[in-house]
Design a protein around this ligand. Structure first.
Ligand code: ASP
Length: 439
């Protein structure tokens, strides 16, 4: 068997398994220093390569996406459908999470002693997360829209954390391009089209080293969590295993029921083809815990493996990577109720409904980077009156869950892009059929 000929997702899976084995070996043998010095940098380089193209990709592809929709009516139709489906799927995911956590009650079994131990161990980390959430919470209700509007385009472009501002500016720019005469817009359209092609080519080049990058990223994660003491991880997983299981079960149900049902309703996509096609993006999301860094690959495989048109994918996917996070919303709902249960606080129906609303909004505001979900979780906890310090209970296992929820986040983006694309193609066929009949 020629390893180099294997499909990309198999190579990435091999990198992932080897990274896992190496990480465990490193912790067992006490090699954490060596791993940090000689393995971690390869993961960081790989991630930086993906991050460096995220801003130009969002800028180029969104501007092209909007400009290629050629009229504002088409833009508002695709935009309206996309946002409606994004909000709908996120609401379904939160509901799944809430049903699971209320039925299985993973928090009621946490012994008092363990609760105190976890609170003490993660106190400092929890405090620094709370400070960040405090800044987010102190702002007025409309501040999110103020933050979304850039006051300096170079400021927005120079910070990956301001992706929502880049999205906003690109939409504005794209709409203006559609509205000006075509002799004026053509050079710019050509420029951004060229830019997007160059970035996609860079993605292909980076993906050649993806298995090595994934190997190093997984080894780095295990090294960060376990250091030289593997038994500590075992203890933590033992204590919080049931909670993790509920989150994972919820993510699995959402992944293998909601998306296939949606694809069945809106498109003719075969479920097997969808999951095989999206696998490289899922694996990368799992290894990097960042849907922003995964975006270039999500776009590439959606176009190449799922046949999503450039027009739809360049608009739906960058938007989705920034605002659509089903996995994160589901996790936030389970985590909020778990913490309340562990602290012996009952949550009535109003609080549960508040969770649905705040989790949907919080997931929209969550940045597409590792660990962002837990910061927004603090805001949910404060809304429902649960002490935010409770996040100390779950911080230890957050990275593992982050990997899984990020994989679901990118799956959701691709599933919506496939559905919207199918609807557009159907509409175009109907129009073509009607006009040939009238001709
Ligand atoms: N890491 C997630 C993402 O990038 C966000 C989160 O839930 O922390 O999609």
């Amino acid at each position: 068997m020629n390893l180099w000929r294997l499909p990309l997702h198999w190579k990435i899976i091999i990198g992932l398994i080897l990274g896992l084995l190496y990480g465990i070996l490193s912790a067992a043998m006490g090699w954490s220093r060596f791993t940090e010095d000689w393995i971690t940098p390869f993961g960081d380089i790989f991630l930086n390569l993906l991050k460096v193209i995220a801003v130009p990709l969002v800028l180029g592809s969104l501007i092209m996406g909007v400009a290629s929709l050629s009229d504002v009516r088409k833009l508002s139709r695709i935009g309206g459908r996309t946002i409606a489906i994004y909000i709908l799927t996120t609401t379904v995911s939160v509901t799944i999470g809430l049903v699971m956590v209320n039925l299985l009650e993973p928090g009621t079994g946490v012994p008092q002693g363990l609760q105190e131990q976890l609170q003490a161990a993660y106190q400092t980390d929890a405090e620094s997360d709370m400070e960040r959430a405090e800044t987010a919470r102190e702002r007025g209700p409309l501040q999110v829209f103020v933050d979304m509007t850039p006051d300096n385009i170079f400021g927005a472009l120079s910070n990956n954390g301001r992706m929502l501002q880049v999205v906003f500016f690109s939409l504005l720019f794209g709409i203006a391009l559609v509205l000006i005469p075509s002799d004026k817009s053509k050079p710019l359209v050509d420029f951004f089209s060229g830019l997007t092609s160059v970035i996609i080519q860079i993605v292909n080049m980076i993906m050649v080293v993806a298995p090595i990058g994934v190997f190093a990223l997984i080894a780095k994660t295990i090294n960060q969590v376990a250091r030289d003491d593997l038994s500590a991880v075992g203890e933590l997983l033992g204590a919080l295993g049931f909670y993790c299981l509920v989150v994972l079960l919820g993510l699995l149900i959402h992944g293998i029921i909601t998306y296939p049902v949606m694809l069945k309703i809106f498109s003719n996509m075969k479920i097997g083809r969808f999951f095989r096609g999206i696998a490289p993006a899922q694996l990368l999301a799992f290894s990097s815990s960042s849907s922003g860094a995964t975006l270039p690959v999500t776009m590439d495989v959606s176009q190449r493996n799922l046949g999503v048109s450039k027009e739809v994918s360049s608009f739906v996917l960058p938007l989705g990577a920034t605002i659509n996070m089903d996995g994160t919303a589901l996790y936030q709902a389970v985590a909020a109720v778990f913490i309340a249960q562990a602290l012996g606080l009952g949550l009535d129906m109003t609080a549960q409904l508040q969770i649905v609303l705040t989790a949907v909004l919080a997931s929209i505001g969550t940045a597409a980077v590792p660990g962002a979900g837990i910061i927004m979780l603090i805001i949910i906890l404060e809304t429902i009156g649960v002490p935010a310090a409770g996040i100390a209970l779950i911080l230890g296992v957050d990275r593992i869950l982050d990997m899984c929820r990020t994989a679901v986040n990118v799956t959701g983006d691709a599933a919506v892009a496939t559905s919207v694309d199918a609807m557009e193609k159907r509409a175009a066929n109907t129009t073509a059929a009607t006009s040939s009949q009238t001709a």
